[in-house]
Design a protein around this ligand. Structure first.
Ligand SMILES: [Mg+2]
Length: 260
């Protein structure tokens, strides 16, 4: 088993060790709340508490639905279940207006062509992730979805639970897996699960925050990752297949020629 890469390790080193790419959903795959803002969903979740509920100022004002959900779980399991159900409904309503992340399809293709599997590991609901992937033609290209199926927020990232579930389902070693995430919670969860982490710095300030959290590498665009994946083949048998399939074309195509 390969050890997780240390913070600041370069992207090539991580990619060369990665046979299974785990993608966080909101950020690396799409912007799920592009058309239905997260702040509006947080408001809807607060309504589930009822008129008489008093909540701490930070929960009353947060634009992050997950903070509202986490607070609900401190009150009762029943409330957590009702808030989670409403959050799932809202996430599903957001699917039609979600915007794909630039180059995510290229990353998936690069993984397929280089002998790597792709999984989604998400705090968003399992139904939401599946609905999005089907809508965007990714459902038969992504081998595994491990996402929220319970009303227990303690099972979500930064817990390693979902990542470890994915590693087990892939019958993989943690050191063969890398998680691409845009949040500090992704990096923390990856460390706890002993998988590599690639921080996706898709907003100003994230590079610093993800670096500080200990991300193994940082990318600003998924194009960087797609290029590296194409250049480094994980499965030699699949490479031979690709070369035979593309014979006559492969050697002119960037990324299909193996490195020594
Ligand atoms: Mg995210």
């Amino acid at each position: 088993m390969t050890s997780p890469t240390p913070p600041g390790c370069d992207l090539d080193t991580i990619v060369s060790r990665t046979r299974h790419l785990l993608l966080d959903f909101d950020g690396p795959v799409c912007s799920i709340f592009a058309g239905l803002p997260a702040a509006a969903i947080a408001d809807r979740l607060r309504k589930v508490f009822g008129d008489h509920a008093s909540m701490p100022d930070d929960v009353a004002r947060t634009a992050d639905p997950f903070e509202v959900f986490a607070y609900a779980a401190t009150i009762s399991e029943d409330l957590a279940a009702r808030v989670e159900a409403e959050m799932t409904d809202q996430e599903l309503a957001a699917v039609p207006t979600a915007v794909p992340t630039p180059y995510v399809h290229e990353v998936v293709t690069a993984c397929q062509n280089s002998g790597r599997s792709v999984a989604v590991v998400s705090n968003n609901s399992d139904r939401t992730v599946h609905a999005y992937l089907a809508r965007h033609g990714l459902d038969d290209r992504i081998s595994l979805v491990i996402a929220r199926t319970s009303h227990d927020p303690a099972l979500l990232k930064p817990s390693p639970h979902l990542i470890t579930q994915a590693v087990d389902a892939l019958d993989a070693e943690p050191g063969e897996c890398a998680l691409v995430g845009d949040s500090v919670t992704d990096v923390k969860a990856a460390h706890l699960a002993s998988v590599h982490s690639i921080g996706y710095a898709n907003e100003p300030g994230k590079r610093e925050r993800l670096t500080e959290a200990g991300a193994g590498a940082i990318i600003n665009s998924l194009a960087d990752l797609a290029l590296r994946l194409r250049a480094r083949v994980a499965d030699p048998e699949l490479l031979q297949l690709s070369l035979r399939t593309f014979q006559g074309h492969a050697f002119g195509a960037p990324g299909l020629t193996p490195r020594p």
